[in-house]
Design a protein around this ligand. Structure first.
Ligand SMILES: [Mn+2]
Length: 387
C-alpha cells in the first residue's frame, strides 16, 4: 500500500495583506506532478485545507481546481480529506456528495470518521479534527472497525489532525496549548499501522514510533519562522502489510514566493534597508527585515522607510516584487535584561491589576507606553470590576 501524505495547505491565507491563492495553486500543481510520477494507491490530506473557516471565493476556486487536477492526474486514486482545526467542518463537508464523483472522500464529522476508505489492499480511516476529549473513543472505534473490515494482513492507515506529545514545534507559527497534546495511545491512534498526521508544520516522525506516526508538515511555509529552517515537503509512505514498518520518502515542494528573513543576522535599520534594496528583483518574495535595536523601539518611521524601499520595484501588474511584511527585532543586552524583568509567573499575574499587566506587556514587547486615554479605559474597567 502506497500513499501520498500531505496536510496543512492553509489555502487562502492572507499574508500581511497579500493573497496567497496563486501560491497554493502552484503548490497543488507540484502535487499533481508527484501523483503522476509516484502513482500512489491513495492521497490523504490530514486537515487545515483552508487557512480560515470562511475561505474566500478565490480560495474555494483554488481548492476545487486543485483537487480536481489531482483526481485527473490519477483518476483511479482515492483522495481522502479531513477537516483540521482551521477548517469549518460543515463548510468542507457541504459538497461531500459531489466530491464522491471524483473519488474524493471528505471527512468532516464523527459519523464520517466511521467509514473507512479501501485503497491498495488496505484501509484508510479518516478522523476529522475534534475536541481532544472526544477523539480517543472515536479513533479507537474507527480503527478497530477498519481492522475488522480489512482482515488480519491488510494495513490500516489513520488520518488525523492532532498535537501529539513530544512533537517539535520549532518554527511553528503559533505555539499550541500544551493541554491539547495527547500521546498516540491517549488519542486512540496507536492501533493503526501508520498514522498520517496534520497540525504541525515541521515534518517529523512522532518520537518513539519509528515512522509509524508522522507529521508530513505543511507544503508551504505559513510564517517566516517556518521558512529557511527546514524543507517543506510531502511524504510517500509504503506499507507492505499489517504490522510492517512503513517506508517513507519525502518529496520537497518549492514555494512560488519564498519567505525571506533579510539579512541572516540582525543589523541596523539602515543596513537592513540596504540589504532590502540589494535583493534580486527578478522574482517575487516576502521579506522580514532582521534588525538589531538599541533601546526599546525602532525609529517611528522604520516601517514607512521599508515600504518606500520595497515599492521601488513592481512587476508588470504593478504589484510590489519585494513584499516587505514586518521586522524581526533583536534587542541589545541591556534592553533584553529589562524585558525579562517585566515577566511574571501565573500566580503573580492572577493578582495583578489589568492596567499593570498591560503596561508590563507593552514594556516586554518594546512597544510604546499607554496614552493617557488608554490608561483611562483600563482604570474605568478596574473600577467597574471593583464595583
Ligand atoms: Mn495547520
Amino acid at each position: 500500500m502506497k500513499i501520498l501524505h500531505t496536510s496543512d495547505w492553509h489555502l487562502g491565507q492572507s499574508f500581511f495583506g497579500y493573497d496567497r491563492c496563486s501560491e497554493g495553486a502552484d503548490m497543488m500543481r507540484q502535487l499533481a506532478v508527484i501523483v503522476a510520477d509516484e502513482r500512489p494507491d491513495a492521497l490523504v490530506v490530514a486537515g487545515d485545507v483552508f487557512h480560515n473557516a470562511m475561505p474566500s471565493n478565490e480560495a474555494s476556486r483554488t481548492y476545487v481546481a486543485g483537487v480536481l487536477a489531482l483526481h485527473e492526474a490519477l483518476p483511479s486514486m482515492p483522495i481522502v480529506i479531513i477537516a483540521g482545526n482551521h477548517d469549518s467542518a460543515a463548510r468542507l463537508a457541504a459538497y461531500g456528495e459531489l466530491w464522491r464523483l471524483a473519488g474524493v472522500t471528505i471527512a468532516a464529522s464523527r459519523r464520517e470518521a466511521m467509514v473507512p476508505v479501501p485503497a491498495g489492499g488496505g484501509m484508510i480511516v479518516p478522523i476529522a479534527y475534534q475536541h481532544p476529549g472526544a477523539l480517543p473513543e472515536v479513533a479507537t472505534a474507527a480503527i478497530a472497525a477498519a481492522r475488522r473490515a480489512a482482515g488480519a494482513c491488510a494495513p490500516v492507515v489513520a488520518v488525523a489532525h492532532q498535537g501529539i506529545v513530544g512533537a517539535d514545534y520549532t518554527g511553528h507559527y503559533r505555539q499550541p496549548f500544551l493541554a491539547d497534546s495527547l500521546s498516540l495511545a491517549e488519542a486512540g491512534l496507536d492501533g493503526a499501522d501508520y498514522v498520517a498526521l496534520g497540525h504541525i508544520h515541521r515534518p517529523q516522525p512522532v518520537a518513539g514510533t519509528g515512522n509509524r506516526a508522522r507529521y508530513c508538515g505543511s507544503p508551504l511555509p505559513v510564517h517566516f519562522d517556518e521558512a529557511g529552517h527546514y524543507t517543506h515537503s510531502v511524504d510517500i509512505v509504503e506499507i507492505a502489510e499489517a504490522g510492517a514498518a512503513p517506508v517513507i520518502h519525502t518529496v520537497p515542494i518549492s514555494p512560488a514566493v519564498p519567505l525571506l528573513t533579510v539579512p541572516d543576522v540582525p543589523v541596523t535599520l539602515d543596513e537592513a534597508l540596504i540589504a532590502l534594496e540589494a535583493l534580486p528583483a527578478d522574482a517575487p518574495c516576502y521579506v522580514r527585515l532582521n534588525v538589531a535595536v538599541k533601546g526599546q523601539w525602532l525609529p517611528g518611521d522604520a516601517k514607512e522607510r521599508a515600504i518606500e524601499v520595497a515599492a521601488r520595484v513592481t512587476d508588470d501588474n504593478g504589484v510590489v516584487v519585494k513584499r516587505f511584511c514586518e521586522f524581526a527585532i533583536t534587542r541589545d543586552e541591556a534592553t533584553r535584561a529589562d524585558a525579562s524583568a517585566v515577566t511574571a509567573d501565573v500566580e503573580e499575574l492572577s493578582r495583578m491589576e489589568p492596567l499593570e499587566a498591560a503596561e508590563r506587556y507593552l514594556r516586554h514587547k518594546g512597544m510604546e507606553p499607554l496614552s493617557d486615554d488608554e490608561r483611562g479605559i483600563f482604570e474605568a474597567i478596574q473600577n467597574t470590576a471593583i464595583n
